[in-house]
Design a protein around this ligand. Sequence first.
Ligand SMILES: [Zn+2]
Length: 242
Amino acid sequence: MPSTAATTALALAATTAAGTLTYAALSAQSQIFGPVLIAPRNPNQIALTYDDGPNDIVTERLLDLLARHNTRATFFLIGNFVRQRPHIARAVASAGHLIGNHTLTHPWLAWQSSARIRHELAGCNALLEDTLGIPIRFFRAPHGARRPAVLHIARAIGLTPVQWNILPGDWKPIGAQAIAARTIRGISRNQQRNRASNIVLHDGGQAGIGQPRLPTVEATQLLLEEYGSQTGTTFVTVDSWV
Ligand SMILES: [Zn+2]
């Protein structure tokens, strides 16, 4: 029989190990399960990234706004929505934005079988490449959730996994001002740490096409106005970081 102290130590070790695994699987910035692209040491660069599209109204409004500011962004598209709205996905690509893979159906990949992970990643890539006629080389895991198999499978099909370092929570009903304010705080924090900013925003929602994300477009306008005129700050797409 282990002593009480030993039992406590074992329980503590198990708890710590579980905590480490949870961190590795779900933390946006953990590299424990393998390298992921986040942001380089360059405080003057900002990557606007948009997940969960294409979406009705919102994505095209966003494209208009980005075009007016001559700014390119990165869009991680959900395959099933691309299948339903191929013309919006084509509009994103033809405007010169970087397109990434955000799986076919937006599952928590960390808890899926290898076969399901492969189906979600390879299926989305095939759909995007067939629809857009361009190679897809970047992937963001839904919720950032991963395990080693997710990263191995992504690398095996030529995808660079991308995480983030600013998550303003724009899917919550907080309004454009709050989304922008949270993002600006994150950018300032990154700049103090000599880091570029990789911001996750959402032009769509995993629940389906039609999610109301116009506050995100409005917040984007505030960000473009805040940083667009500042000397030295540039908006980039994540492919410039590899
Ligand atoms: Zn997502």
